[in-house]
Design a protein around this ligand. Structure first.
Ligand SMILES: [Fe+2]
Length: 359
């Protein structure tokens, strides 16, 4: 049976995303299959594969490595607590045998692919994190091109727990031309721990916890607590130096294969917009928040975005360079939830003198 693609009915008018038919991802893929799926990913940005319950962790990793986008040395994993990275996020766990595969959800796992006595806790949601491309805010070396998620058999999400998607390419098309022109001159700068140098421990900001409004596009401070709306940037004076060790990347990125310009931002963590050539500040914190919200808001609403409601056996792959996504709020999850996620890093690059250089 040939591999085919069809528009996702729920968002056919607003998004290029597609459902992919005619492939069993638990079987070895032929070079022709891989080429077809690769073209589909580049064209549609998000591919939904239904009824893939036979997939194993090995199959998930094989899919992520099939397109040649990952670091071929394989030494640079990208995931929760990956052994070769410093990027550890609470609430998730990794399969001991397949550390590329993170497990996310709200259940207690015991003897699940070798994971024992581990309580999963959902940590990200629409209100405290919202729209992003994976890795942008916390990892500026080897950003993952693709992310995959999988809802294994026996772990059907009963309600809530949707993943939201919006096309970064369509977002650029919806933006005013003056805004496109300005953001094309900007790189986004992130601060890892913006007030770490403040003496008062009470002022510490947790950069992962923001409070997002306007459909997840406008940040209100960095919260010291994800439930504390009042704690925020007003607690201290943010300076450009606080962003020196954070990630940076172009605000609007032209994809090297498709040639499409795509909005490539994580508004919940961004602190400054800097000149793409010189690194000099072009917009302060307030202007940055405002401009990024203006850029994304027309593409973020319920009537525009795609809300993927997970079914048992769903496998979804998306390109972070063409698509922005968000978890829905964890409070909306009804019943037990367990998901697998894989995101492999690309070959390392480093920000030097206003540019990314490949290492
Ligand atoms: Fe994500």
């Amino acid at each position: 049976m040939p591999i085919t693609f069809s528009a996702i009915p729920a968002c056919a008018e607003t998004q290029p995303f597609a459902q992919c038919h005619g492939v069993d991802l638990s079987q070895d893929l032929s070079p022709h299959d891989i080429e077809t799926i690769r073209d589909g990913l580049l064209k549609h940005g998000v591919l939904v594969f239904r009824d893939q319950g036979a997939m194993t962790p090995r199959d998930e990793v094989a899919f992520n490595q099939a397109f040649g986008w990952h670091d071929p040395k394989g030494a640079h994993l990208f995931g929760f607590g990956a052994p070769t990275t410093e990027h550890r996020v609470s609430g998730g766990a990794q399969l001991p045998e397949w550390p590329e595969v993170s497990v996310l959800g709200n259940v207690k796992l015991d003897d699940y692919h070798g994971i024992r006595n581990t309580q999963l806790k959902p940590v990200l949601g629409f209100t405290n994190a919202a729209w992003h491309a994976d890795g942008l805010h916390d990892m500026f070396d080897g950003l993952p091109e693709m992310t995959t998620m999988f809802n294994p058999v026996g772990w059907q999400t009963q309600g809530g727990g949707a993943t939201y998607f919006t096309s970064g390419v369509r977002a650029v098309e919806r933006m005013d031309s003056d805004l496109v022109r300005e953001l094309s001159r900007c790189s986004v700068a992130y601060a890892r721990c913006p007030n770490d140098d403040e003496p008062d421990e009470a002022r510490r900001v947790v950069p992962s916890a923001s409070w997002m409004v306007e459909e997840g596009t406008r940040r209100i401070g960095f919260a010291a607590d994800s439930d504390d709306v009042a704690a925020g940037l007003r607690d201290f004076a943010l300076r450009l130096e606080h962003a020196y060790d954070g990630g940076r990347h172009r605000c609007i990125r032209v994809h090297p294969i498709t040639g499409e310009a795509s909005l490539y931002i994580t508004p919940g963590r961004s602190v400054y917009l800097v000149d793409v050539e010189t690194g000099a500040m072009r917009h302060d914190v307030d202007e940055t928040i405002d401009l990024l919200a203006r850029a994304l808001r027309p593409s973020a609403g319920r009537e525009i975005r795609y809300e993927h409601q997970w079914r048992e056996g769903d496998f979804v792959a998306w390109l972070n360079t063409l698509v922005l996504h968000s978890a829905s709020d964890a409070s909306e999850i009804d019943g037990p939830r367990l998901m697998h996620r894989v995101r492999l890093s690309t070959p390392k690059t480093r920000w030097v003198d206003g540019r990314y250089l490949s290492l």
